[in-house]
Structure formats: structure tokens, C-alpha cells
Ligand binder design. Structure first.
Ligand code: KG4
Ligand code: ZN
Length: 348
């Protein structure tokens, strides 16, 4: 697709998009071609920086993005055969929300500067929409409608996707996000940060039926609640300090996965979804992946599980979502703002 500048002069078609992601504690840049081929993807995690505090410290995160973004960008551009002049890059996509405002601002400011310097269009991308596009990078011919279970450190949502850009939020958490529950429980039982991968690794050594933690499913719809589960784990460990950590981890994980799978399955049935798609950091969880695959097979629908690297925050998904937006004519101006509370809304 070729579009025109305001003077009517043709500009180059959008093939290669540079994506920039700095919404939380990953500094990432990636070049994606035609919205589906990852040419380069560089992710620098700040996990070590935040681990000693047991969670992301916003002020430290934004300072680290300032230090890391330039080398991460240089790396992603070099691996894509480009350079500091943006040779071969046709557009720039940047996460502008939701997330930590100071962190978002670092990426947004850089993206604006590069767009101006290189003379290529800029588009602000919703981080949640970017997670939805992670699946499309590996499965470009996904059928619609889909139900996406988006489970990350900040969000737990069931979203009906009728087509790219057409979203309906069916349900979400009324308190903690699933990833947040993993992180808080892991910290309490001494597994460190980030908690999700630690609980995932330890759980196979424990008995998932050792403790019957509550499976809270608020309301008749598709909402979630994890704070009662977290409290129940804390109470159990306080009452029984010698409980095997692996049993607690496995039983907690089993409870989270049970409710996620039950509600995702019901949501998919309600809208006649052709598949359930996982997105977000918690989608890297081995038990969730296995259980969703089994549930979808039982229900005769597809299961799309992005590779683990594409589940957690990365810039390839931002570039993919940005490519779709740019070829559909979306352009952000240089006054694009970072919006920590940006909502996912349909745009078509
Ligand atoms: O999507 P993401 O990288 O960042 C946000 O946008 O939040 O998700 C990070 C979250 C963290 O809470 C982390 O503990 C969780 O995803 N996570 C996992 C696993 N890998 C990451 N949770 C459960 N099992 C995993 N294997
Ligand atoms: Zn994320």
C-alpha cells in the first residue's frame, strides 16, 4: 500500500517497521518485515536490577530504559542490516500505554525523535494490542473470531477478537492480575522475582492436589479474582510452616490454571470462537499451555500458543501491531503522549 504525504508526493510503502517497547521492565527494539517476519528482536531485561526489591521499581526502570534503549536500538538495527540513519526502515511503532509513565516516556520520546530524523511515519501502539499481535507473528493465518486470554503482570483479560482491530473485552480481573498473584505468592514462599517462572519450574516437583486452594470465579460472566487465593496460600503457609514449598507452588499454580482454563473455555463457547489464543507473560506457563491445548482439543477448536519469547514483553509484537496500524493509515503526530492507563478499544 502506498500513501501520500500532505504535499501529494508518494512515500515508500510500509514494509519494515521498527518497534520500540519500554512500558515496564524490558527495554526492547525489533525490526519486523511485512508485519509477520521478525528480522531482528533484541530484549534487554532489567530483572536483575529489580529482583532485590521483589518487584519493578518505577524510577529505576525509567532510568535503566534511558541507559539501555540506545544500545538495544543500535543492536536491533544492525542485526536488520540497517544503521543509525534508519536505512530500510519504513515506519516506527512505539508502545505508548498502558504501563509505567516514566518508562513509556523514554520509548515515546525516542520514537518521535527517530521518526523526525528519518522522515518516516510514527504510530503509537497499545501494549495490550501488541500482545494480541504476538500470535499473528507465528500464525499469520489465524481464523476469526478468536478468544484471547491475555495474562500478564498487569492484566488478566478475556478478549473476543472478531478481526484485527475489533476487540470486545469479555471479562477481567477484579483485583490482582494473574502474573501479580504468581509474583506475590513466589515472594512469600521465598522463590524470588519474577515469581511466575520460578513457580513454573518448581511445580513439577510438587503435588498439585496437596492443598485445595480456592477457585474463585466472581459473577456469571468471565471475570477473575486472585486476591483470595493469594491470601489462602499465605494463611496455609503461616499455619503450616513446614509445608513443602514445591507442594504449595504446584497447588497454587493448579488453582490459577483451573480458573483461567475454565473461564477461557466458557468464553470461547459463548462466542463460537474458532480458537483460544494465549498472550502475555503468564502464557509462558507450562501447565497453562498444556491445559489450554487439551481443553481446545476436547472442544474441537484451535489453540494458539505463542513461543515463550513472544509471550513476555518484546518489541517484535509492537512492530507487528504497528505495521497493521500503519498500513491501515494510522499515523501519530509528534505530540503523541504516553498514557499509563490506555484502554484497549476497537478501532474498526
Ligand atoms: O507480559 P509480561 O512480560 O509483562 C507485563 O506486561 O506484565 O508479563 C510478566 C508477568 C510476570 O508477572 C511474570 O511472573 C509472569 O508474567 N510470567 C509467568 C511465567 N513467565 C512469566 N507466570 C507464570 N509462568 C511463567 N512461566
Ligand atoms: Zn506485557
Amino acid at each position: 500500500m502506498t500513501d501520500a504525504t500532505t504535499t501529494g508526493a508518494p512515500v515508500r510503502p510500509i514494509r519494515r517497521v521498527l518497534g520500540i517497547e519500554t512500558s515496564c521492565d524490558e527495554t526492547a527494539a525489533s525490526v519486523v518485515e511485512d508485519g509477520t517476519t521478525i528480522v531482528s528482536s533484541v530484549v534487554s531485561s532489567q530483572i536483575d536490577l529489580h529482583a532485590r526489591y521483589g518487584g519493578v521499581v518505577p524510577e529505576l526502570a525509567s532510568r535503566a530504559h534511558v541507559e539501555l534503549l540506545t544500545p538495544v536500538l543500535a543492536d536491533a538495527l544492525e542485526q536488520a542490516g540497517s544503521d543509525h540513519a534508519g536505512r530500510g526502515v519504513d515506519g516506527i511503532a512505539v508502545t505508548h500505554g498502558p504501563g509505567l509513565v516514566g518508562s513509556l516516556l523514554v520509548g515515546v520520546a525516542e520514537a518521535k525523535a527517530l521518526s523526525m530524523a528519518w522522515g518516516v511515519p510514527l504510530v503509537g501502539v497499545n501494549h495490550l494490542e501488541a500482545h494480541l499481535f504476538a500470535s499473528l507473528l507465528e500464525q499469520p493465518d489465524l481464523g476469526w473470531p478468536l478468544v484471547v486470554l491475555l495474562v500478564s503482570g498487569g492484566h488478566t483479560m478475556l478478549i473476543e477478537v472478531a478481526a484485527p482491530g475489533e476487540y470486545r473485552i469479555m471479562g477481567g480481573t477484579i483485583d490482582d492480575a494473574a502474573g501479580e498473584a504468581f509474583d506475590k505468592v513466589a515472594r512469600f514462599i521465598g522463590l524470588g522475582y519474577p515469581g511466575g517462572p520460578a513457580i513454573d519450574r518448581l511445580s513439577p516437583e510438587g503435588d498439585p492436589a496437596a492443598y485445595a486452594f480456592p477457585r474463585s470465579m466472581p459473577g456469571d460472566g468471565y471475570d477473575f479474582s486472585f486476591s483470595g487465593l493469594k491470601t489462602s496460600v499465605v494463611n496455609r503457609v503461616r499455619k503450616q510452616p513446614d509445608a513443602a514449598t514445591a507442594d504449595v507452588a504446584a497447588s497454587f499454580q493448579e488453582a490459577v490454571v483451573d480458573v483461567l482454563v475454565t473461564r477461557a473455555r466458557a468464553a470461547a463457547a459463548a462466542v463460537g470462537a474458532r480458537a483460544i489464543c494465549l498472550a502475555g507473560g503468564v502464557a509462558a506457563n507450562s501447565s497453562l499451555r498444556a491445559r489450554i491445548e487439551q481443553a481446545c482439543a476436547d472442544d474441537g477448536i484451535g489453540a494458539f500458543l505463542p513461543s515463550r519469547a513472544l509471550c513476555t514483553d518484546n518489541a517484535a509484537m509492537v512492530a507487528a501491531a504497528g505495521h497493521w496500524r500503519l498500513v491501515h493509515g494510522d499515523r501519530s503526530r509528534l505530540d503523541l503522549a504516553a498514557d499509563p492507563n490506555l484502554r484497549l478499544v476497537s478501532t474498526v
